[in-house]
Ligand binder design. Structure first.
Ligand SMILES: [Mg+2]
Length: 186
């Protein structure tokens, strides 16, 4: 059963980077994207921190200055997502239930229903961010988790599946795997 699921074409991200700071936002702008949806936990800050640090703050300002609209989309609870997002003056979706479409649809509505090919989704997980974002038809960017140690049990479970997805990609589509440097993903 699970093997069939892992064959899913939606596990292919468009880009992989070590951190969100390595993403070339100028390039994304030139490609015609206008909206950046960003996962919160382990993409911008680890689970054991609550607010944006200076680097996050500067990054968000930089992305906005390029003309992007930025939204935080997280499966975490309202309290955490709201406090964080407001501190960097971003709109947000909490309890998004990625990889299901529910939260993404809410996000699109909040952005006045842009065309899906103008939307980039950046996150650290294959099972929630990449899979969900691709299902929506977004351009997906995956980054390494900031700190894996403090992840919860269900995320640890997702990581096990993620390892299998990566192994499968390597085996079945080595050229793509190499092109994205997925061998460096931790
Ligand atoms: Mg995350």
């Amino acid at each position: 059963m699970i093997e069939i699921f892992l064959r899913n074409k939606y596990f292919y991200p468009n880009e992989y980077h070590k951190t969100i700071y390595d993403v070339n936002f100028n390039n994304l702008k030139q490609k015609g994207f206008r909206y950046i949806l960003i996962d919160l936990d382990n993409t911008l800050i680890p689970y054991d921190e609550n607010l944006a640090n200076e680097n996050v703050d500067m990054l968000i300002k930089k992305i906005k200055s390029l003309g992007f609209e930025v939204m935080i989309i997280s499966n975490n609870k309202e309290d955490r997502v709201k406090k964080f997002s407001e501190s960097i003056q971003c709109s947000y979706i909490y309890s998004a239930r990625k990889p299901f479409k529910f939260g993404f649809k809410k996000a699109l509505k909040k952005l006045n229903n842009p065309s899906k090919d103008q939307v980039v989704l950046i996150g650290d997980q294959f099972m929630t961010d990449v899979f969900g974002g691709n299902r929506m038809g977004f351009y997906t960017v995956v980054v390494d988790a900031i700190k894996r140690k403090t992840e919860k049990w269900y995320t640890k479970l997702n990581r096990k599946l993620e390892t299998r997805v990566l192994n499968r990609l390597k085996r079945k589509d080595f050229e793509y795997y190499e092109k994205l440097h997925l061998g460096e993903k931790r």
